[in-house]
Design a protein around this ligand. Structure first.
Ligand code: NAD
Length: 419
C-alpha cells in the first residue's frame, strides 16, 4: 500500500491557501473575485486506437488560471488520478509560482486521466498528438506554453511541438518547454526543478544553522524532481537515508549511493531491491527522523492524520500541494520549516522561461549561464519570501502567496482591469 492519501480536494486546498494570503494582504472582495478563479477551462475527449485495435477514450483538460502577467505556463500530467479539480489547483498554483519567481508568465496546467505505465510508446504518442489537436485553440508561444509534469517528459513535449507545428506549416519550438535539446530545449531544463529545490534547501539550512554536510534526507518520489534534488544534496555531502517511488520505499541509515540508485532506477524502473538498502513501509518514510524531508510525488500526502508524526526540521516541497492546510497548521505549530511548493519547485518553470526566451530569440545559452541565472533567481526569491514571513509574522507558504498574489493584483491594476 502506498503512502498517498488523497484526503483533501487539491482545488479546495488551493482556494484555502489563496484566502489565507488574501486575508494577510487585506484584499477586498472585488479583487478576490477578479483573480481567484481560472480564466479558461477546457475539457476534451481523446479517442485513441490502442495496440489491440480497439478505440479507447481518455478525458483530458487544459486550464488557464491567469494570463494577467503573460502567457499561461504549466505542465501536462498523465496519471490515473488526474481530475479537473486537480488541474485547476495546479494551474492556480502556477499563477502564484510564476509571480513569486517573477517571470512574465501566468498560470496554466493540463492533464489526461490515463495510466501511462500500462500503455505502449505508440499508444502514448497517439494519445499525446490527439490531445494536442484538441487543446490547439488554447496553446501557442504567446498564449499558453505546456511543459512536462508527472509521467510526461521531453519526448511528450516533442510530440506536442511536432503536432502543433504541423498545423502551422513550420517549426515552432516556443510552444512547449522541456523539449529535447535537439529541438530547441534548454541545457539544464531537465535538472532545473531539482536544482531549484536544492538551492532553496541550501538557503533554509543557512537560515536555520543546519550544516548541509551530514544532514539526513528522506525523499518521497524518485522521478525528475526527486532524483535530481537527491543527487545534488548527495554531492553537497548530505545523507539520503530513504527514498520511495510508486512501487515501494527503501532505507539505509548511513546514506544511499544516489548515483548508483539513479542508474538502477533507469534500468529497473523502481528503487526497491537496491543493494545494501532495506525495504520500509512507504508511509513510514514520511515520519522518519531526519533533517530534511522532500516530498516529490503527488498532492496531500501529509495530512491531518500523519502530520503530528512528521519528525523533520525542514519540509522542501518539490511536489505541488503535498501538504493539506490541516497538516500545514500542525507543522507550523511544531516549528517545522516548510519551503512551500510555489517557491521550492519554481526552478522548473524558471528554466522553462529561459528556454522560451532562447527559442523566441533563436539563442543558445551555455549550462553555466542557465544555472547561474537560476541560482540567482531562486536565492533572491527565497530571501524575499523569508523577509515577508518575518515582517508579516506569517508562514512561509502565506508569505510566498502574498508575494505572488500581490504581483498579480498589481498587473491587473496596471492593465486597468478593475472597474
Ligand atoms: P515524475 O513522473 O518524473 O516522477 C514522479 C515520481 O513519483 C516517480 O518516481 C513515481 O514513481 C513517484 N510516485 C508516484 N506515486 C507515488 C507514491 N504514491 N509514493 C511515492 N512515490 C510516488 O514527475 P516529476 O516531474 O518529478 O513531478 C513530481 C512532482 O514535482 C509533481 O508534484 C510535479 O507537479 C512537481 N513538479 C515537477 C516539475 C518538473 O519540472 N518536472 C516542476 C515543478 C513541480
Amino acid at each position: 500500500m502506498l503512502a498517498t492519501k488523497l484526503v483533501d480536494n487539491a482545488y479546495d486546498v488551493a482556494l484555502e491557501n489563496f484566502d489565507a494570503a488574501a486575508d494577510a494582504l487585506g484584499l477586498d472582495n472585488d479583487t478576490r473575485e477578479m483573480i481567484k478563479y481560472p480564466e479558461r477551462v477546457l475539457t476534451v475527449s481523446v479517442p485513441v486506437r490502442m495496440d489491440d485495435g480497439s478505440i479507447k477514450r481518455f478525458q483530458g483538460y487544459r486550464v488557464q488560471h491567469s494570463t494577467a502577467r503573460g502567457p499561461a505556463k504549466g505542465g501536462i500530467r498523465f496519471h490515473p488520478q488526474v481530475t479537473l479539480d486537480e488541474v485547476k489547483a495546479l494551474a492556480t498554483w502556477m499563477t502564484w509560482k510564476c509571480a513569486v519567481v517573477n517571470i512574465p508568465f501566468g498560470g496554466g496546467k493540463g492533464g489526461i486521466t490515463c495510466d501511462p505505465k500500462h500503455m505502449s510508446q505508440h499508444e502514448l504518442e497517439h494519445m499525446t498528438r490527439r490531445y494536442t489537436s484538441a487543446i490547439l485553440p488554447l496553446i501557442g508561444p504567446q498564449q499558453d506554453i505546456p511543459a512536462p509534469d508527472v509521467y510526461t517528459n521531453s519526448q511528450t513535449m516533442a510530440w506536442i511541438m511536432d503536432t502543433y507545428s504541423m498545423t502551422k506549416g513550420y517549426t515552432i519550438p516556443g510552444v512547449v518547454t522541456g523539449k529535447p535539446i535537439s529541438l530547441g530545449g534548454s541545457l539544464g531544463r531537465n535538472e532545473a526543478t531539482g536544482r531549484g529545490v536544492f538551492y532553496t534547501i541550501q538557503c533554509a539550512c543557512e537560515h536555520l544553522g543546519i550544516p548541509l554536510t551530514g544532514a539526513t534526507v528522506a525523499v518521497q518520489g524518485f522521478g525528475n524532481a526527486g532524483s535530481v534534488a537527491a543527487q545534488l544534496l548527495h554531492e553537497a555531502g548530505a545523507k539520503i537515508i530513504a527514498v520511495s517511488d510508486s512501487a515501494g520505499a527503501i532505507f539505509k541509515r548511513d546514506g544511499l549511493d544516489v548515483p548508483e540508485l539513479i542508474h538502477m532506477k533507469a534500468i529497473a524502473g523502481h528503487v526497491h531491491g537496491f543493494p545494501g538498502s532495506e525495504p520500509i513501509d512507504p508511509a513510514a518514510l514520511l515520519t522518519l527522523k531526519c533533517d530534511i524531508l522532500v516530498p516529490a510525488a503527488l498532492e496531500n500526502i501529509i495530512h491531518g492524520e500523519n502530520a503530528r508524526s512528521v519528525r523533520t526540521k525542514i519540509v522542501a516541497e518539490a511536489a505541488n500541494g503535498p501538504l493539506t492546510p490541516e497538516a500545514d497548521a500542525i507543522l507550523e505549530d511544531k516549528g517545522t520549516f516548510v519551503i512551500p511548493d510555489i517557491l521550492c519547485n519554481g526552478g522548473g518553470v524558471t528554466v522553462s522561461y529561459f528556454e522560451w526566451v532562447q527559442n523566441e530569440q533563436h539563442l543558445r545559452w551555455d549550462l553555466h549561464e542557465v544555472n547561474s541565472r537560476l541560482e540567482r533567481i531562486m536565492k533572491n526569491s527565497f530571501s524575499e519570501v523569508l523577509e515577508t514571513k518575518l515582517q508579516r509574522k506569517v508562514s512561509m507558504r502565506t508569505a510566498a502567496n502574498v508575494i505572488g498574489i500581490a504581483r498579480v493584483v498589481e498587473a491587473n491594476k496596471s492593465r486597468g482591469l478593475y472597474p
